[in-house]
Design a protein around this ligand. Structure first.
Ligand code: MTE
Length: 316
């Protein structure tokens, strides 16, 4: 299988109608971070270095399988962020002036203690940890990214979900004046994602505020985004302004855009092909050839229990 082009992840009917009727779419040191003990899935802490070519590296950092991080240049230069553009290489340029301060994140819905956090508040209040995770995009490519962030469960505990809360709904900022992709009428903005409450409470589920020891760049979802490493990358919603605890499964951005292609769970699964391509292998950015895709993106040990008794094909 060759990797799908960026237009191929776009639901076919939208891509085709867009092609017919539209012309384009809207056209340090890490060692100084206070790192908490982060349990069994923590990773060795690296130190950020810049070499003579300007490339940023994290010394000694690897993911839990021993894989080194993807280059800083690729992590910050090859992005999916449809609010700006569907062209991966153009996101960084278009997002350069995206305003991320001031920024507030409101957390409410079925909770006893709703809160609105300022971004600095989030950084100070919760334990910022380093986690080196694999990111597997549904399109068939992957990266290894050294994130800094806090475990979402810490925040959820603080707002006290009520017994009625079953799911968590996340929403990206809606700001068409700064996000040219949001001016196109083909998608329903804002971008929305969701997790079951137990998935959201899992220790691997991270709210990232940085990568490679620096604040998140706009193209990677500044100032705060979700990272759910065992699910396809589209679940890891960027630039979050609102989190709601709800009692029904949220209808997500991709479920609305292409219900036959993208589901709620979206756990990485080599045995369930995308309707238009296989998911058996992936291209690790920066490597030649392809790697075998791992069930739950290699986090099966940690998360398989969440889905016991469920037919994972039905629940794509
Ligand atoms: N979040 C929003 N708001 N908009 C998007 O277009 N793309 C998703 C996800 N989060 C997306 C998003 C997809 S498809 C992927 S693969 C990852 O972000 C890519 O994250 P990265 O650019 O930091 O590698």
């Amino acid at each position: 299988m060759s990797e799908p082009k960026s237009y191929e992840i776009t639901p076919e009917h939208i891509y085709l109608s867009r092609r017919k009727f539209m012309v384009g779419i809207g056209a340090l040191a890490l060692s100084s971070l206070a790192v908490a003990a982060c349990g069994p899935v923590s990773v060795p802490q690296g130190q950020v270095k810049v070499d003579e070519t300007g490339e940023v590296t994290v010394s000694e950092a690897t993911d839990d399988l021993g894989d080194r991080p993807t280059s800083y240049t690729a992590v910050t230069g090859y992005n999916n962020y449809y609010e700006f553009t569907t062209s991966k290489e153009k996101v960084a340029g278009l997002a350069r002036d995206f305003v991320t301060t001031p920024w507030t994140l409101s957390v409410g819905g079925l909770v006893s203690n709703p809160k609105t956090y300022d971004i600095d508040d989030l950084r100070k209040r919760f334990n910022i940890q380093e986690r080196v995770y694999r990111l597997r995009c549904v399109e068939g490519w992957s990266m290894v990214i050294p994130w800094q962030g806090f475990v979402l469960a810490e925040l959820l505990k603080e707002v006290e979900p009520t017994s009625k809360a079953k799911y968590v709904r996340f929403e990206t900022v809606y700001r068409p004046e700064q996000m040219p992709g949001q001016k196109g009428g083909w998608f329903e903005w804002p971008y929305v994602e969701g997790l079951r409450l137990d998935e959201a409470m899992h220790d691997l589920t991270l709210m990232a505020t940085g990568l490679y020891g620096k604040d998140l760049p706009p193209q990677n979802g500044a100032p705060v985004r979700l990272v759910v490493p065992w699910k396809y990358g589209f679940k890891s919603i960027k630039s979050i302004v609102k989190i709601d605890l709800v009692d029904e499964m949220p209808l997500t951005f991709w479920m609305k855009a292409a219900p036959n292609e993208y589901g709620f769970y979206a756990n990485v699964n080599p045995d369930v092909p995308h309707p238009r391509w296989s998911q058996k292998s992936e291209r690790r950015i920066g490597e030649n050839g392809r790697r075998r895709t791992l069930k739950f993106n290699g986090y099966e040990k940690e998360v398989a229990y969440l889905y016991e008794g469920m037919d994972l094909r039905v629940n794509f």
